[in-house]
Design a protein around this ligand. Structure first.
Ligand code: B12
Ligand code: SF4
Length: 474
């Protein structure tokens, strides 16, 4: 069958440089199963409508799969409508992080035919085979659809354990488009070499933080260190990739295995830059791990800290003792690794004082960068349940979620004040001599100089030259 896989266009392109690994995973298994596949990333397109038109007519797919995070679903619906307008016969399948739960919200859209729930690697092949052979899809686990006006959700699909079976078919994507894509991401010192790619070495996490997803179940599955390092080496040789951003949920939770992966990188002398932009846990470090990270080429990482209040830490079930964080950040920056802190403001029942505690805590740490995001209760999380209970509303319209915030607030601080606090947090964090000192300490001088040259150029690009990508409908 001919399957087109889409990442929807969105107004924010800042992080579009990050390859859609979910679509690549789905495309790879379909290709190996003998289907014709095309991946179309409208987020990196300067003229998404024209590109969609052109691919729809030249490729003429029978199925269009659209992968969405919660904040992207409204853009996904816009693209689904365009697809159906071009060819009403096409079957539209939604998948991705937003689609683990809440099938009604997705399936209520008149242009969506089917939804794949959670991990899609096995489900999509069975589904497309069934569609091709005209078989009943009710026996395909892990999907949802509407039949005669009612919602059908098939049996749950167990989590995939043997991830080594699922190699990526990188030739499905034109990687040069990502390496050369310019966005405001270039302004921040988040990559050293533009030939970088995201990489997954494990899926899932055993922790149960109330705000986090469960796409891969609440367990962790590993790829073998050999498979990971073989893939790195292949990407270096075949595509000249120089940097890898490991986007596992929590790479360091199994320190023993993390050290084995890093050792394999060190032994092969790969001479790469490594970053962990998605967040490591601050409580899974020792001197040996830090040493191996440094020798493998790690220069930057994010720590998921979230709150400086122990009450909030316990409430969100992060199980993180905030007293250990100073020491860890100190050790990492001494090893010349730049540390980014993730913080969240606006948890249910969180008070202004507790938010200020978080802001002060963040400012006192030796972090190089940080961001303070407003709490968003994504579907399938315990947090969403708490929001529903505290506000007696179901927040079903996920289309109202934006890149910066959900349209709901269950904290003790009014919405406008919350936004003010967030802005204040950023000002306080960045406009300080202390920050300047931490940057100087953690970042090697040649990279600081490079950012000083890049920054004005990137600002000029972002604010004066780059095309914007507004959706045509909301
Ligand atoms: C890399 C990453 C990004 C990248 C790129 C995302 C992308 N579209 O590929 C960037 C940096 C853009 C990003 C941004 C954000 N992200 Co992010 N990100 C991740 C991360 C760390 C890895 C994603 C990944 O590649 N995983 C590996 C692949 C294989 O998994 P996958 O994408 O889920 O794909 C599988 C299934 O979902 C499904 N599938 C995926 N697509 C499709 C399509 C079809 C048709 C089908 C059938 C199936 C299917 O099958 C795949 C294989 O099993 C995940 C956490 C995680 N570990 O997964 C968070 C995650 C996806 N991000 C999340 C969030 C919230 C964000 C932000 C909104 C955070 C914020 N507030 O700023 C921002 C958005 C900002 C912006 N401007 O875009 C949440 C999403 C929750 C949700 N319900 O939407 C996650 C799950 C993190 C979390 N802890 O909750 N992110
Ligand atoms: S926030 Fe981090 S530690 Fe918590 S469940 Fe998610 S991935 Fe695991």
């Amino acid at each position: 069958m001919k399957v087109l896989l889409l990442r929807p266009a969105a107004e924010k392109k800042s992080m579009a440089r990050v390859l859609p690994l979910g679509l690549l995973a789905i495309g790879s298994v379909l290709k190996r199963a003998g289907h014709q596949v095309k991946i179309l990333d409208l987020r990196i397109s300067n003229s998404p409508d024209e590109e969609l038109d052109s691919v729809m007519s030249s490729f003429d797919p029978q199925v269009v799969g659209i992968g969405v995070m919660t904040i992207e679903c409204k853009y996904g619906f816009v693209d689904a409508a365009k697809v159906k307008e071009i060819n009403p016969e096409v079957t539209v399948v939604f998948g991705g992080p937003h689609c683990s739960h809440e099938p009604r919200f997705i399936l209520n859209d008149p242009n969506v035919d089917l939804m794949v729930s959670g991990e899609g690697d096995l489900t999509i092949v069975e589904l497309i085979n069934a569609l091709e052979q005209g078989k009943d899809i009710e026996n395909v686990p892990g999907i949802a659809y509407k039949k005669n006006g009612s919602y059908i959700r098939t049996a749950d699909r167990p989590v995939i354990r043997d991830l080594d079976k699922f190699d990526q078919e990188y030739n499905l994507i034109n990687l040069e488009r990502y390496f050369n894509f310019q966005s405001s991401m270039d302004f921040f010192p988040v990559f050293r070499n533009k030939r970088f790619l995201p990489l997954v070495t494990s899926r899932g996490c055993p922790f149960k933080c109330t705000y986090c997803h469960d796409i891969f179940d609440k367990s962790i599955q590993y790829r073998s260190p050999k498979a990971v390092v073989d893939e790195i080496e292949y990407l270096i040789k075949k595509y000249g990739v120089r940097e890898f951003h490991i986007v596992d949920d929590v790479f360091n939770v199994n320190m023993k295995r993390a050290k084995i992966v890093l050792d394999a990188i060190i032994e092969r002398n790969l001479n790469i830059h490594i970053s962990f932009p998605n967040g490591l846990r601050a409580d899974f470090f020792d001197d040996e791990l830090i040493d191996k990270m440094q020798r493998a080429g790690v220069y930057r990482m994010a720590l998921g800290i979230e709150s400086g209040s122990q009450r909030i830490q316990d409430m969100i079930k992060k199980d993180l003792d905030i007293n250990i964080i100073y020491d860890v950040v100190e050790k990492l920056t001494r090893a010349r690794m730049s540390v980014h802190g993730f913080f969240m403001l606006g948890f249910p029942s969180e008070t202004r004082d507790e938010m200020k505690e978080t802001i002060d805590f963040a400012c006192d740490l030796g972090l190089t960068t940080a961001n303070f995001s407003l709490v968003i209760p994504n579907p399938g999380t315990d947090l969403r349940q708490t929001f529903i209970e505290s506000r007696e509303s179901n927040f079903e319209d996920f289309s109202e979620y934006t890149f910066d915030a959900a349209s709901c607030n269950a904290s003790e601080v009014e919405g406008d004040d919350l936004v003010k606090l967030k802005r204040e947090a950023n000002r306080k964090f960045y406009l300080s001599m202390q920050r300047f000192r931490h940057v100087l300490r953690a970042v090697e001088p040649k990279w600081i100089v490079r950012s000083m040259i890049n920054t004005p150029l990137a600002l000029l690009w972002r604010n004066a030259i780059a095309p914007t990508n507004a959706p045509t409908q909301n």
